[in-house]
Write a protein that binds this ligand. Structure first.
Ligand code: PXL
Length: 280
């Protein structure tokens, strides 16, 4: 019998609005891995809400991680997303240095719709560029892609050759594989992916839904991480993450839930269960 795989999850804890740790923890847990959270900030709600109470944990993280170092913990994966400030990039880098064998999924959570999230410092793109060099997988959305590469943000439909060039730009930063989410192609939206050494980009197309919920990037990257930890190939992991995220969005669109409260994913969590206990 094997013990559950472990993931150090470096994200904020937002009390309301289903994003970051409140998405990462249930999703990866039901996929069979233990999530050990590293909270980068505590917020009463995510930053699209107004009037939030927020507490940046930059000053606390060194002691938190020093204790983990003293325990000699080695994780199967490190999955980082929302960082509250530029100093946290160096803290994450130091942590990654001690986790050389871990699968490193780095989601450069910085913004959407062509803009940085409220309160996200202007120097985060440069910091994330450095971190992406250390990644096994990076998962930017179109806004984060533009911020990372310095290219202008545009939702103009791309050809497959242009999509491949975009993925190449991320691999040139040093990532071993890259996924760009919600990439507009001539035939419609897709999550596009490529590994270093691949000759062509892989595409997972999905229908455009006229709703935009916060936290869907976290949902996608969480399912992706869970699937990779289950030993699935990148293609299968992207396909599963795309299908589950779409299903959660389309279900939520039929409900009266306000957009800011995120996708109504809890009733769908059993779909991610693949009988991990059978071997136990
Ligand atoms: O889902 C991305 C995200 C994560 N964490 C916080 C956010 C957002 C998006 O708005 O505000 C705190």
């Amino acid at each position: 019998m094997k013990s559950a795989k472990t993931v150090a999850a470096i994200h904020d804890l937002s009390g309301v609005g289903r994003c970051a740790l409140t998405v990462v923890m249930p999703v990866i847990s039901v996929m069979g891995a233990q999530v050990c959270p590293v909270p980068t900030a505590v917020l009463s709600a995510h930053t699209a809400f107004s009037g939030i109470a927020a507490h940046d944990l930059t000053g606390f993280l060194p002691a938190y991680l020093a204790h983990w170092r003293a325990l000699g913990l080695r994780f199967d994966a490190v999955y980082a997303g929302y960082l509250a400030g530029p100093e946290q990039a160096a803290i994450v880098e130091g942590f990654l240095n001690g986790q050389r064998d871990a699968l490193k999924v780095l989601d450069p959570v910085m913004g959407d719709d062509g803009r940085l999230y409220a309160g996200m410092p202007e120097d985060m793109p440069a910091k994330w560029r450095g971190l992406c060099a250390r990644a096994d997988v990076v998962t930017p959305n179109m806004t984060e892609y533009a911020l990372l590469t310095g290219e202008a943000y545009s939702l103009e439909p791309r050809t497959m050759a242009q999509a491949k060039k975009m993925l190449d730009a991320l691999l040139e930063m040093g990532a071993r594989s890259a996924v760009i989410t919600s990439l507009p192609l001539e035939k419609g939206l897709a999550n596009a992916y490529m590994r270093r050494g691949d000759k062509t980009a892989g595409i997972c197309a999905f229908e455009r839904l006229e709703a935009h919920y916060p936290g869907t990037g976290d949902l996608f990257a969480s399912v992706l991480t869970g699937a990779l930890l289950q030993g699935k190939a990148l293609e299968a992991a992207v396909a599963q993450a795309t299908a589950f995220t779409r299903r959660a969005v389309s279900r939520t669109m039929r409900l009266p839930t306000e957009v800011n409260y995120g996708v109504d994913l809890e009733p769908l969590l059993p779909l991610l269960w693949e009988g991990q206990a059978d071997e136990a």
